[in-house]
Design a protein around this ligand. Structure first.
Ligand SMILES: [Zn+2]
Length: 434
């Protein structure tokens, strides 16, 4: 018997969690936060416990697998983004089993979910035997955080490929390319669980190299002069931070990373020797405690590139504090503010970002938005993936109905049939495939 339980991430972009039940065993894939709801809870300044987060819809509702608890052999996670690992902190211990992840992801979990003891670290492009009947392979992919993986779960019913959050980047600026060779070798794919985030974007997702060139074009090709330069991006996007470091060097300015989450993600990468940003730049974890230093930097802004947290307009992040004049570092007219990110299209985050931009306009800053390429495969990449894997069934995931339906339509173009071998599930629903 093989059954798939859609726990989270099938009604929204966020709180990803899927359970695969194979005979008398089961595994959980990802355990993430719904960032929009999580940010809303954070802003209420209330105690964050399991019940509150569940009530606020910020973590997956795992009622659908409540009676499988004893069967769960492992929680396997694909990469270090919080919409894939963020709920482990509150839900991980419910399941008495190991959490299995690639080294960078494990490093981030150690920091984020401190109480989790049974954490197993597996290199990309290697396998982990969960039991006699289930083995999982971490296939290296490019995304927007180091050491991301597509999971291949080997069972006696065939392979299940869990391919969320990846793109096929032929010119990655950090780490290795997506292991297409390995994907091509997989046969007998019973099911592909596919990333629907960009299934309606009719293109190939561009390389991270393009984002690096976009940054270069602004920083080196415009009249920056002596003005301040502030850049913000997703704190976990180590490849992007590396590109920012690169353009800082070309500009002859010293990069200064400011903010707790930047500090944490960079430290995790440095612990594994993936990068060495501290050698070339400065990292300030707590801006509130660095007043003297920031005041000096503020007087000599043209010596620095300030890389700050707060790309989504989060209320407690550094960029918001700077704009609100809560720090010694200020924004002056005509300073450059580069948003090297997209805005996550969910209501609370969009509203926060809008407020931040309005305040920046009032300060007469020069704003550069969407200096970014996505980490998610687009429609034509997904078509390639289906072609390569030739799965017997497809289950669209990582999106609301509009996105999963778009993925199902793509499968339809390739000869699949909705209800027969393409399945749209909602959170809390299950499907038996063998
Ligand atoms: Zn991701």
């Amino acid at each position: 018997m093989l059954r798939i339980h859609a726990v989270g991430g099938y009604n929204e972009v966020g709180k990803n969690m899927t359970c695969i039940e194979v005979d008398d065993e089961a595994i959980i894939l990802d355990m993430g936060l719904y960032m929009d709801r999580f940010v809303a809870v954070q802003e209420k300044n209330i105690e964050m416990d399991y019940e509150t987060l569940l009530g606020e819809d910020a973590i997956p509702n795992d009622a659908v697998i409540e009676n499988l608890k004893k069967k769960i052999k492992a929680i396997i996670v694909t990469h270090a983004h919080l919409d894939h690992i963020g709920a482990i902190r509150w839900m991980g211990k419910k399941y008495r089993c190991p959490v299995v992840a690639t080294p960078y992801t494990a490093e981030v979990i150690k920091k984020h979910a401190k109480g989790i003891e049974n954490l197993i670290s597996i290199n990309v492009n290697s396998s982990y035997k969960i039991s006699k009947n289930i083995e999982v392979e971490f296939i290296n992919v490019t995304h927007s955080v180091p050491q991301s993986a597509i999971l291949n779960i080997r069972t006696r019913y065939g392979n299940i490929v869990y391919a969320l959050d990846y793109k096929n980047d032929n010119h990655p600026t950090l780490g290795r390319k997506t292991n297409i060779k390995k994907l091509k070798k997989l046969d007998d794919v019973l099911l592909l669980i596919a990333d629907s985030t960009n299934a309606d974007e009719e293109r190939k997702t561009f390389s991270e190299y393009i984002a690096k060139e976009m940054l270069h074009d602004i920083v080196m090709g415009m009249e920056l002069g002596e003005h301040g330069l502030f850049i913000t991006t997703f704190s976990s996007h180590i490849a992007r931070l590396k590109s920012i470091l690169h353009v800082s060097k070309l500009l002859g300015r010293k990069p200064v990373f400011i903010g707790r989450s930047l500090h944490d993600y960079i430290t995790a990468a440095e612990n594994l020797k993936l990068v060495n940003f501290s050698k070339e730049g400065e990292i300030i974890k707590n801006a509130g405690r660095a007043e003297k230093k920031l005041r000096t930097m503020n007087r000599n802004k043209n010596d620095y590139v300030f890389i700050v947290t707060g790309s989504m307009g989060e209320k407690n992040a550094v960029l918001t504090k700077i704009v609100n004049e809560d720090l010694a570092l200020k924004i002056s007219p005509f300073d450059f503010i580069i948003f090297s990110c997209e805005v996550i299209p969910t209501p609370v985050i969009q509203a926060n970002r809008k407020i931040l931009e309005q305040k920046l306009h009032r300060k007469k800053a020069r704003i550069f938005k969407d200096i970014h390429v996505s980490g998610h495969a687009s429609r034509e990449d997904l078509r390639d993936l289906i072609k390569i894997l030739q799965p017997r069934h497809i289950l669209p995931a990582h999106g609301d109905l509009a996105k999963t339906a778009s993925m199902a339509a793509l499968a339809g173009e390739m000869g699949y049939e909705l209800g027969k071998n393409v399945h749209i599930l909602q959170n809390g629903q299950s499907i038996k495939l063998a």
